[in-house]
Design a protein around this ligand. Structure first.
Ligand code: BTN
Length: 236
């Protein structure tokens, strides 16, 4: 079920409401613009009207809380693959799930959930993709399909390609084919084998991003040789 609205605060809010009302798994809420679009780590997601795709999907996988990172990586793989299929461009994934083109951010994914005593009630995957957004409406460091490819795209077609790809990769996740998801993520990674700096509430860590562990956490070799594992944070 796909619900399309003109304006909402955030499609995350709408999806949460529907999730609480026991909507069917796979319900999608999409809006032409958002007055309070949000990104990871409390950031704002600007949503110029009728230029991008802003939508949230309600999922009800029966997975434990510690498998959530896998869902995050899966969404990034699905989104990158769909963008490549529709545009011929080759986006990369910055850990955990920013979609980049030439080092500029093209799309972002926000995962939020409702859980009770370690049991996931539902998960909302929110996707924002700059499709036909002109340069002057992009925030600094961002790109759009239009800016990168030099022409406009049919947003409905892009939306369909993303939903098809998400369904394909989500089914792989449900069938425990996580190895394949990791492989695809690594092939498209803008982060692995690079020198990185990660900031989170615990502070700053610098080193070489060497691999992902089986839970999707990033493994970093610090200059003193110690390998540390990061499950959240911001990578530079
Ligand atoms: C990020 O890169 O920080 C994540 C951005 C996620 C933006 C999308 S747009 C649709 C959905 N509604 C929101 O308020 N946020 C997500």
């Amino acid at each position: 079920k796909v619900i399309v609205q003109e304006i909402v605060t955030s499609t995350m809010d709408e999806a949460f409401r529907l999730g609480n009302e026991n909507c069917q798994e796979g319900t999608v809420v999409c809006a032409e613009t958002q007055s309070k679009g949000r990104g990871r780590l409390g950031r704002i997601w600007t949503s110029p009207k009728a230029k991008g795709l802003y939508f949230s999907i309600v999922l009800r996988p029966s997975i434990p809380l510690n498998c959530l990172a896998q869902l995050t990586l899966m969404s990034a793989v699905a989104l990158a693959e769909a963008i490549e299929e529709i545009s011929g461009l080759k986006p990369l994934i910055k850990w955990p799930n920013d979609i980049l083109l030439d080092d500029h951010k093209l799309a972002g994914i926000l995962t939020e959930l409702r859980a009770e005593s370690d049991q996931v009630k539902f998960i909302i995957v929110g996707i924002g993709l700059n499709v036909n957004t002109p340069l002057h409406q992009l925030t600094s460091g961002a790109s759009s399909l239009k800016v990168a490819a030099g022409h406009n795209f049919d947003r409905a077609q892009v939306f369909q390609a993303i939903l098809r790809s998400l369904e394909k990769w989500y089914l792989k996740l449900l069938h425990h084919e996580f190895g394949e998801i990791m492989e695809e993520w690594k092939k498209r990674s803008a982060t692995l084998n690079k020198r990185v700096r990660i900031t989170d509430s615990a502070g700053i860590i610098e080193g070489q991003a060497i691999d992902l562990d089986e839970d999707g956490a990033l493994l970093i070799r610090k200059d003193n040789g110690l390998i540390v594992k990061k499950s959240a944070g911001d990578v530079f």
